[in-house]
Design a protein around this ligand. Structure first.
Ligand code: PEP
Ligand code: MG
Length: 599
């Protein structure tokens, strides 16, 4: 919907309500100030175009529908054949679901119902949306809970046909005015991947926590964002002027002139600060007493490669590969993955890129896998990450082959997510060797030597068995986002428990301490790539624990470098040692903040 700023189009609201300032409080998850007209994101079905079709064009419209259904069948068959190798219940479950979707697509009720609506001169998209809703409503009324659950299945099938019909794929933000602030009930990580910071000023949502993947991607893209903001969707009209304060977690609708002036000044100050920090680019990340720290980048999307080099990242400590599987109906094959990853590795011009295998499941659901695989009662504890890869060796082998081939473009390391045991590492290494030999036999261009294989330390079980893991892993990457979630039993993407998410909880500190010590004692490289690595508040603590590699979103790098250069590593070590004697989170926070204030 395109409405000029300030011209809200809800006739029910009075002029007074339209212009009255309203302040909503949420979680400031990505810093910065965004000012722009609100773009309300509607549900996918609500965006379906609806128009009349001339009698002479009805046959063509039916043909359009047939093609979209055929394409959907082909897409599902392709996913089914690629996932045929999935082991165990997840594979079976996916198989049943895909089968059910295929059956729905070929059901006469759906096809004939839609055609009957088109015959009444309705366009195909609207006909599909209405027919799907009527079938879903019929399912929803049934007594049998299994059949009732089919309502959401049929809606998913409908969305697939609609995407094929309008051929826009997953372009969720194509229709907004440049500089808009997106307001939505929820923005998923896949949605965030579609946002172009040149077009979107920032976003505010009713749902979402500070350490979920949506928040991480917002920070990575440098988009101010406020999540977990109750009432925001009903509280703003499309086009109303909005200020988003991503640091304080405020969304100000219809701001007063005074407030607007204040925030414009803040924006200017922040731009100045970014410019000043950019001067650090060429300077080394070295503490005052001469300890060299490697500052690396976390990459979410290919377009961030340029940012990483622009800020002077010394490599990539974490390349998340989930983007390859998002916003699409099919799975990326080896060639496609090789092309994309090779481009990214080449872009880093000789600096090491740590490529992590697929971490799908839990909060990170991928449409290309039907969105089903993490969909168990406790998704974060279910078939996620390495568990999915080992259950679907075909997927893993394809990905490992692509990663090894990308190794021809520059130095790489391979990182495994959500490792909980040495056995998972061994099993993956066996598969890696098999793929390596196969590529070698076929004389495919790839990495000259077998790349180091490392593990994420992001589960308490892994942290506490880090000594065993360190004997077999080539390196550690400590993922504090999940480590905190699993240690404190707090869903990182859930706004209701976001206030309990505490990196300074003594249990978290002890786990990091133990794992870092175990890795370093074994002479392995240990980096921290969770979000705390990019927050200067924690820099002294991590350096004090002996960490010498920090990997973070490119936008965070300059600020952390600034902190490193002001620090004394020996003093940081004393701080960490004092903190290791404390057992109270508030005391730890007080001591750390006191130390930071004196830097
Ligand atoms: C982590 O868990 O800290 C991490 C870096 O991985 P992700 O955020 O992708 O789960
Ligand atoms: Mg993680």
């Amino acid at each position: 919907m395109k409405t000029e700023p300030g011209k809200a189009n809800s006739s029910k609201r009075t002029a007074k309500t339209e212009t009255k300032e309203r302040v909503f409080e949420g979680l400031g998850v990505s810093p910065g100030v965004a000012i722009g007209p609100a773009h309300l994101r509607e549900g996918e079905v609500a965006r379906v175009p609806e128009y009349g079709v001339a009698a002479a064009k009805v046959a063509a419209e039916v043909q359009r529908l047939e093609k979209a259904i055929e394409k959907a069948v082909r897409q599902l068959q392709k996913i089914r054949s690629k996932s045929a190798g999935f082991h165990g219940t997840s594979g079976e479950e996916l198989g049943y679901l895909l089968e059910a979707h295929l059956q729905m697509l070929s059901s006469r009720r759906l096809r004939e119902g839609v055609i009957a609506r088109i015959a009444k001169r309705l366009n195909a998209e609207a006909a599909v949306a209405r027919e799907i809703e009527s079938i879903a409503a019929a399912f929803a009324e049934l007594d049998d809970p299994y059949l009732r659950s089919r309502a959401s299945e049929i809606r998913e099938v409908g969305q697939r046909i609609l995407r094929n019909l309008n051929q826009r794929g997953f372009s969720g933000f194509g229709d907004l005015n440049i500089g808009s602030v997106v307001v939505a009930e929820e923005i998923t990580p896949a949605d965030t991947a579609l946002m172009d910071p040149a077009k979107v000023a920032g976003f505010a949502c009713a749902l979402g926590g500070a350490e979920g993947h949506t928040a991480i991607m917002a920070r990575s893209l440098g988009l101010p964002a406020v999540l977990g903001t109750p009432g925001i969707v009903g509280g703003v009209d499309p086009g109303s002027p909005v200020i988003l304060d991503g640091s304080e977690g405020l969304v100000i609708v219809n701001p007063t002139k005074k407030r607007l002036a204040f925030y414009r000044k803040r924006q200017a100050e922040q731009a100045k600060e970014v410019k000043a920090l950019a001067r650090l680019r060429k300077l080394p990340a070295e503490t005052k007493d001469g300890t060299r720290i490697q500052l690396q980048a976390n990459l979410e999307l290919p377009r961030e490669v340029g940012q990483a080099t622009a800020v002077g990242a010394e490599g990539v400590g974490l390349l998340r590969t989930e983007f390859l599987y998002m916003n699409r109906n099919d799975l990326p094959d080896e060639e496609e993955q090789t092309d994309v990853l090779s481009g990214m590795v080449a872009g880093l011009a000789g600096k090491t890129v740590t490529i992590r295998t697929l971490d799908i499941g839990g909060e990170k659901l991928a449409s290309s896998l039907g969105g089903h695989l993490g969909a168990c009662a406790n998704p974060a504890l279910g078939v996620r990450a390495i568990r999915l890869s080992l259950r679907a060796p075909e997927l893993l082998e394809t990905q490992l082959a692509a990663i090894l081939r990308a190794g021809a473009a520059g130095p790489i390391r391979i990182l495994l997510p959500l490792i909980t045991s040495v056995e998972e590492l061994r099993e993956t290494r066996t598969i890696l060797l098999k793929v390596w030999r196969r590529l070698k036999r076929r004389k495919v261009r790839m990495a000259k030597v077998l790349p180091p294989l490392g593990v994420m330390i992001e589960v308490p079980g892994a942290a506490l068995s880090a000594d065993a893991l360190a004997r077999e892993a080539d390196f550690f990457a400590v993922g504090t986002n999940d480590l905190i979630m699993y240690t404190l039993a707090i869903d990182r993407g859930e706004e209701q428990v976001a206030h309990l998410y505490n990196p300074l909880h003594p249990a978290v500190f002890r786990l990091i301490h133990f794992a870092v010590d175990a890795g370093l004692r074994a002479g392995k490289s240990v980096s921290v790539c969770g979000e705390i690595a990019g927050d200067p508040r924690y820099t002294a603590l991590l350096i004090g624990l002996g960490v010498r590699e920090l990997s973070m979103g490119p936008k965070a790098l300059a600020r952390v470098k600034d902190r490193v250069r002001k620090l004394d590593a020996a003093a940081a070590a004393r701080l960490a040692s004092e903190i290791s004697m404390l057992s109270d989170a508030a005391e730890i926070a007080r001591l750390l903040d006191f130390f930071n204030e004196r830097i």
